[in-house]
Design a protein around this ligand. Structure first.
Ligand code: HSE
Length: 372
């Protein structure tokens, strides 16, 4: 396998290093904006060096972002190259276009590292579909947020110190608001639901709330009530209707999720006969993520592409009701649904997920978390 590698950041460099000891693949070209020299590798800024090299059978995209990453991936597929990507934003945004294009051009595609970093979540989710109906999926999908919440809870770090550490360790996105506002988890949830149910969710109907506004007083109130906060995704299918959303959730301190440390992810599905199955591992970081990119390349050498299908757009319904912790604003609506008080926050009576997210969108300083 001769590879054209797009991007030489955290993941791209890690992947390149992992290939050096292998005889079944070689990075021949690297697209990189910086002036670097790599022995025996053409370092370039020109995608045409890769597209026009007939020996390059596989393009590995680790640039991140939507453009030019998508333009390059699209051009590679159109040129008949197989593609591996770790770019969740790209896969989530262009899912409906990407899968048919891959099929039409008869190339192989994989994106395991796009969800869960080093965890084989997506490749297992695809296998699940061969035998099972997925009834529920989701969990901790963002290493940066988990690192922040874990360090605030267990080590008493401030939010900003924990975020700085996560950035220094290479866990955070180029713009960390993508992590802390739940967008990264949202991208990963969309991909997971699409793979699990063979559809493309109507993205505007999937809300996301993040952890940007969490404070030490919230963490203390949760601890007093035997809870720990984690940012989680939820996707459920009942009678053909899908609900999907991202929000912080307060887990009893004895639950697995409450004990997930540092940059680790814990992602779970429930199958119709296998029941709960959870995958746990490092969800961010150079080598764990590069490991899954490498695994995808090995799969391609064996002719194993991503075999998901996409039957079209589907609506999402988030009418299910939950109780929420809310701190940072008050108004007549919140008063009308307040059932209890925890520290400076309130606990609501059951409120629909869509109603709570709509209210939070109008109160940007609020911190909110569900109790279940
Ligand atoms: N910023 C992401 C995270 C990287 O923290 O999980 C891995 O997708």
């Amino acid at each position: 396998m001769k590879i054209g590698l797009l991007g030489f950041g955290v993941v791209g460099r890690g992947f390149y290093e992992l290939t050096l000891s292998r005889s079944d693949m070689k990075v021949g070209h690297v697209i990189c904006l910086e002036d670097i020299t790599l022995p025996g590798v053409n370092v370039t800024r020109n995608i045409n060096d890769i597209l026009s090299d007939p020996e390059v059978d596989t393009v590995v995209e680790a640039m991140g972002g939507l453009h030019p990453a998508w333009d390059f991936v699209k051009a590679a597929i159109e040129a008949g190259k197989n593609v591996v990507t770790s770019n969740k934003a790209l896969v989530a945004a262009f899912y409906d276009e990407l899968l048919p294009l891959v099929q039409e051009k008869g190339v192989l595609f994989r994106c395991t590292a796009a969800v869960g970093g080093g965890i084989c979540w997506l490749s297992e989710l695809e296998r699940v579909r061969r035998c099972e109906t997925v009834v529920k999926l989701g969990g901790i999908m963002n290493g940066t947020c988990n690192y922040i919440l874990d360090n605030m809870t267990r080590n008493g770090l401030t939010y900003s110190d924990a975020l700085k550490q996560a950035q220094a360790l290479g866990y955070a996105e180029a713009n960390p608001s993508t992590d802390v506002d739940g967008i990264d988890t949202w991208n990963k949830l969309l991909i997971s639901c699409n793979v699990a149910w063979g559809v493309s969710l109507e993205q505007s109907q999937v809300p996301a709330a993040g952890i940007r506004n969490i404070k030490a007083i919230d963490i203390a109130a949760f601890a007093e009530h035997g809870r720990a906060c984690r940012l989680v995704s939820t996707g459920e299918m009942e009678n053909g209707v899908i609900s999907a959303y991202v929000q912080p959730k307060l887990f009893p301190v004895t639950d697995l999720e409450a004990n997930v440390p540092a940059n680790f992810n814990l992602i779970t599905f429930e199958g119709s006969s296998c029941g709960r199955m959870s995958l746990y591992g490092q969800g961010a970081g150079r080598y764990p993520t590069a490991y899954n990119v490498l695994q995808d390349c090995v799969d391609l050498t064996r002719g194993n592409g991503f075999y998901s299908i996409c039957t079209g757009k589907v609506n999402v319904c988030n009418d299910g009701k939950l109780c929420f912790y809310v701190r940072g604003a008050s108004d007549a609506w919140l008063d009308s649904v307040t059932a209890d008080h925890w520290g400076e926050g309130v606990i609501t009576s059951p409120v629909s997920v869509s109603e709570m997210h709509a209210w939070c969108a109008e109160h940007p300083d609020v911190f909110m978390a569900s109790l279940a």
